[in-house]
Ligand binder design. Sequence first.
Ligand code: AMP
Length: 281
Amino acid sequence: MIVSEHIDQLKNSLSELKKQQANAKIGFVPTMGALHEGHLSLVQKALEQTDIVVVSVFVNPSQFNDKGDLDKYPRTIEADKKLLEKVGAHILFLPSENVMYPDGIPDYKIDFEGIDKVMEGQFRAGHFKGVAMIVERLFDTVQADKAYFGLKDFQQVAIIKQMVKQRKINIEIVPVATVRSPKGLALSSRNQLLSDEQKEEALIIYQTLQKGKEWAKEIRDAGQLKSKMIHHFQQGSLKLEYLEIVDPNSLQPLKEMNEQAHCCIAAYCGNVRLIDNLSLS
Ligand code: AMP
């Protein structure tokens, strides 16, 4: 695996690899590192569908609305390198903040057509602007044919698709299913910050989503279902930030259940913020 820390280095490595394989397709997996099986499932999908797989590891400061959260974000680059090597990624792009933001963090304007105003957008001011900004920069740098994003960050996938549409970028966005622990906890780099006891307590998130799916077979009023799910969630010890039943495209809350209804949850387990989501149909 080639490790590139600079944009020129990355571009040279890509053109060398492309010379060896005419018409090679490039697959790209952007991450913030502290890699786990969830990230690796994206890399595996990219390896199945494309010829040259680039993975980036960059803890992007512009998407953190809380400095404490940025400081405590896990960083495990040596272990990440080993995992990527093992799974067979071709290039690891490992830029510094200076490489990605040589002139500091710029102003960034984009119209997300309202999908940034709900759920994560309501609780993490500026988060999606930061995500879209860095992903646009990375797309511009890597020039991939396909990019892979986890459905664990359900709203993020919608934001990235919107950014690609607005900026008319020629890239296919491939959503990948959420990888969970055997008991159902969605894998997340932030899980490293949880104690074993907290990992058990955090199972209430997936249990509530599953209950919701079961209840959705009978309950057609989305407000009623939401109240029932919140009540169930509150039997556990996590602090709920939001639980919303939404249309998966507009991300707006539903009044009446339909075949596409999707539930998204954000909650604090101690001081660790966790998110998850599930289709209720
Ligand atoms: P992050 O490093 O948290 O920015 O995540 C990088 C990518 O991995 C994003 O597209 C995430 O949605 C995806 N990802 C994170 N956790 C999981 C998971 N448990 N299953 C599938 N994809 C995931």
